[in-house]
Design a protein around this ligand. Structure first.
Ligand SMILES: Nc1nc2c(ncn2[C@@H]2O[C@H](COP(=O)(O)OP(=O)(O)OP(=O)(O)O)[C@@H](O)[C@H]2O)c(=O)[nH]1
Ligand SMILES: [Mg+2]
Length: 456
């Protein structure tokens, strides 16, 4: 990983692959202005848009565009940055990029612009990750949440907690400077109640971040059941598209079909699968095998049963597992389909302990209830006004931080040794620091930024 101030100049196409109205080649590093000015054929006044003819090192005209320079540290990366806006043709942009490389720039690694912004303290790590989440946002709510993280809503709460941990550690360490009073000092209940306060604060942020992970990552929802149960019909209705073929012939769907849908802010990857039954047809067998693989990977499983023939409904998860012939780690919802075919109130009572919803794609009955049931089952209750996006690695760090606080409470109760309590708090602080990047090992940073795309 390069160090701030010592870096070479990097370049990449910053806009998406493919054709567009405009495309941008971005340069960052000590030679950004020299290279940018050479390409633009003129001096660049910082923060001014200059119309220019973009030429390569040998003077060949590449495009007619705009150049804008930003002097560090007041730039995205904190270094000198130049952006060349040309026409959005992959060929033109590659030629401009090649010309920049010919003038001494190096091709940026994935995420390297964001990495430099982080190393130069323009962003903390959670904010840098929010850039990737914003670009990848699958729903409007996810985009809003990522923007909140980028603005620092999440980081601020983590920093507040870190400060509270440090304050308590200083307090405990101060007590150790007065050995005669240490025991009384730690035993008077103040440290304990502050530790409990920290645990409560952490739990609240953890809960919010958990919603944030659902918001950015979303869930995989698998539709499964016997042939003809109405899986493909429900898929098409939820996706509002005629993705899957629907016929009255059992065994219509064989491949896995997927759609991304926005379930009131929750990004959902919806999978339609082959109807489960024993079949001699090798094509259908393969479809059923794939269906079972997806069932085992799902976050939430909708088990569809035709309401007109639902005599044998599974009572619990164990029976579901037997019925679908696969392990089911997911939350399960029983969906009794085609309820329009039964006279009102003719649906037999259900005596099992699985959540159950009766639906009809013809009348729309039960569809809102089903969506609500899915949100409840996966625990999605994000407030669209306040939720920020987060990642699984943040939750993990918070769990380790919570372990640290728990250990401090136990130490206090058992030995009352101030130095051990202080050490538990130091560990807690370090885990929280991993979220915002103040204590993050290089290897982890490398992994995080390399998952970004080039030009980000
Ligand atoms: N009346 C009524 N018919 C439905 C409903 N949903 C599905 N059907 C009918 O049931 C039949 C099977 O529907 P599909 O959606 O193809 O069922 P599937 O579970 O995907 O079937 P396979 O792909 O064969 O496993 C079709 O004739 C549908 O029109 C419903 O809510 N009401
Ligand atoms: Mg089908």
């Amino acid at each position: 990983m390069s160090l701030p101030g010592e870096s070479d100049t990097i370049a990449a196409v910053a806009t998406a692959d493919g054709r567009g109205g405009i495309g941008i080649v971005r340069l960052s590093g000590p030679a950004a202005f020299a290279i940018g000015e050479s390409l633009a054929g003129r001096t660049l006044q910082p923060r001014h848009a200059h119309h220019c003819l973009i030429r390569d090192g040998s003077g060949e005209l590449l495009d007619d565009g705009i150049a804008i320079g930003f002097r560090g540290p007041r730039s995205f990366t904190g270094e000198d940055v130049v952006e060349l806006q040309g026409h959005g043709s992959p060929v033109v942009l590659q030629r401009i990029l090649r010309a920049a490389l010919g003038l001494g720039a190096r091709l940026a690694r994935p995420g390297e612009f964001s990495e430099r912004a982080f190393l130069n303290d323009r962003l903390d790590l959670a904010q840098a990750e929010a850039i990737a989440d914003l670009i990848d946002a699958g729903t409007e709510a996810a985009a809003r949440g990522a923007l909140r993280s980028l603005q620092g809503d999440f980081s601020r709460q983590v920093h507040e907690l870190m400060e509270a941990v440090t304050a308590l550690r200083v307090y405990v360490e101060a007590a150790m400077d007065f050995p005669d009073e240490e025991v009384d000092f730690l035993a008077d209940g103040d440290v304990q109640s502050r530790l409990v306060g920290l645990a409560t604060m952490l739990e609240a942020i953890r809960a919010q971040a958990g919603q944030g992970v659902l918001l950015s990552v979303g869930i995989t929802l698998v539709l499964a059941g016997a042939p003809n149960a109405g899986k493909s019909s429900l898929m098409n209705t939820l996706a509002r598209r005629d993705t899957a073929i629907v016929t009255a012939i059992p065994g219509t769907t064989r491949d896995i079909l997927t759609e991304r849908i926005d379930l009131d802010g929750l990004p959902v990857q919806l999978l339609d699968t082959a109807g489960l039954r024993s079949s001699a047809d090798p094509v259908e067998q393969e479809g059923i095998r794939r269906a079972r693989t997806e069932i085992e990977r799902a976050d939430c499983l909708l088990l569809l049963v035709d309401a007109t023939e639902d005599m044998d409904l599974p009572k619990d998860r164990l029976e579901v597992t037997r019925l679908v012939g696969a392990t089911v780690p997911a939350k399960v919802i029983l969906v009794r389909t085609k309820s329009d075919l039964l006279p009102p109130d003719h649906l037999s009572a259900y005596s099992g302990n699985l959540p159950v919803v009766a639906t009809s794609v013809l009348t729309g009955q039960g569809l809102e209830a089903l969506k609500q049931c899915i949100r409840d089952q996966v625990g999605f209750s994000a407030d669209p006004q306040t939720t920020f996006t987060a990642r699984a690695r943040h939750l993990h760090a918070m769990d380790l931080a919570a372990d640290g606080i728990r250990a401090a409470l136990e130490t206090l109760a058992s030995s009352g040794a101030g130095d051990l309590v202080a050490e538990d708090l130091r560990i807690t602080h370090a885990h929280l620091g991993e979220i915002v990047g103040s204590m993050t090992p290089d290897a982890l940073l490398g992994r995080i930024f390399s998952s970004f795309c080039i030009g980000k």
